[in-house]
Design a protein around this ligand. Structure first.
Ligand code: NAD
Ligand code: TYD
Length: 344
């Protein structure tokens, strides 16, 4: 079996590449990645030593490049992780999100139609469902929950999902979609909540919590996400969407305090700052369908996963120091320099 994995130099894509190489050693993996700010060849250094793995630098929205890759490689399964993935960046510059996340998906699926594949899998997000109120803990996102995106990021992912289902209905492209909650774990880019807080705390920098810090996310250890995608691409039903999450809901402020506790750092580092525009209140997944159909359940609790993640960042200082010493420094200044510190 030949897998084409797009966005494999990013956080979840790279974890998936390692998961597949370990668990399906006979399969070949071709990784296609544009290497934007979020793509990192240091992350793939281990995979590059494996003879079953190949890497091509290309943009998924580049039709000529995708045509050439599909014509030459003839992949059996395409797993599309490639995306602009950060909500805060989408609020600053929506356009690139539309290009990569929507047009890129369109170009990839056209190549799939032209050259024929066994499965196209779209890695989507629970953010396409919008958010849930904090005072209704009985509500969860189900696959049938209507799409109601809040940010330019989630709107672009929702658009891509609609296009994927349109290709299934119109062209009978064998597709699946997964919608996952917030991931965390090794190789997570420092702009996202958990790695940002770990890295700031390690440098005794302030920890910028948006607004009241009561927004809730449903945290999933990245390896559990990889096991779910692996099951869906091999055993999931064509034309189906699967929600992936494991009832690990935590308020942001609780996550930040857990990180501080793990690192033995004081809570006085916490600073409440101006809220994100349009900030979604609560995400919470109902994973009944994937559990019932494919037997999937997450195996890592939040307490265990956060310990593993903090340990990983302590053991891989060089990996994140290379990032934070580069263009990331000016990103941080731009995004956090002007945020007002709120009264405690
Ligand atoms: P990431 O930002 O860490 O990585 C994205 C990767 O895509 C990078 O390697 C980047 O270079 C590459 N890329 C960007 N534009 C490209 C283009 N035009 N052509 C080719 N490659 C391109 O993202 P991530 O957190 O690993 O997320 C992967 C996927 O999972 C995304 O589709 C995201 O929407 C989805 N998702 C993420 C989360 C999460 O918590 N991180 C949760 C649910 C869903
Ligand atoms: P993030 O990791 O950006 O993921 P998403 O927006 O896709 O859920 O943010 C997770 C939560 O943490 C979200 O509610 C915003 C909040 N947050 C902060 O409070 N401070 C920060 O510096 C960041 C990056 C996020």
């Amino acid at each position: 079996m030949k897998l084409l994995v797009t966005g494999g130099a990013g956080f979840i894509g790279a974890n998936f590449v390692y998961y597949e190489l370990e668990n399906h050693p006979d399969d070949e993996i071709l990784c296609v990645d544009k290497l934007t700010y979020a793509g990192n060849m240091e992350t793939l250094a281990g995979a590059m030593r494996n003879s079953k793995f190949r890497f091509v630098r290309a943009d998924i929205a580049d039709r000529k490049a995708m045509d050439a890759i599909f014509a030459e490689q003839g992949p059996d399964i395409v797993v599309n992780f490639a995306a602009e993935s950060h909500v805060d960046r989408s609020i600053e510059t929506p356009e690139i999100f539309l290009r990569t996340n929507i047009l890129g998906t369109n170009v990839l699926m056209d190549a799939c139609r032209k050259y024929g594949i066994r499965r196209y899998h779209q890695v989507s997000t629970d953010e396409v469902y919008g958010d849930l109120p904090l005072d209704r803990p009985d509500l969860f996102f189900k696959e049938a929950t209507p799409i109601k995106a809040s940010s330019p990021y989630s709107a672009s992912k929702a658009s891509a999902d609609l296009l994927v289902m349109a290709y299934y209905r119109t062209y009978h492209l064998p597709v699946t979609i997964s919608r996952c909650s917030n991931n965390y774990g090794p190789y997570h880019f420092p702009e996202k909540l958990i790695p940002l807080m770990i890295i700031n705390a390690l440098s005794d920098k302030k920890l910028p919590v948006y607004g009241d810090g009561l927004n809730v996310r449903d945290w999933l250890y990245v390896r559990d996400h990889c096991t779910a995608i692996d099951l869906i691409i091999r055993k999931g039903r064509e034309g189906e969407t699967y929600n992936i999450g494991g009832h690990n809901e935590r308020a942001n402020i609780a996550v930040v305090k857990t990180v501080l506790r793990e690192l033995g750092k004081p809570e006085t580092l916490i600073e409440h700052v101006t809220d994100r525009k349009g900030h979604d209140r609560r995400y919470a997944i109902d994973p009944t369908k994937i559990h019932a159909e494919l037997g999937w359940l997450p195996t890592t609790s939040f307490e265990e996963g956060i310990k593993k993640t903090v340990a990983w960042y302590l053991e891989h200082r060089a990996w994140w120091e290379h990032i934070v010493s580069g263009a990331y420094a000016s990103y941080y200044e731009k995004m956090y320099g002007n945020r007002t510190v709120l009264d405690p």
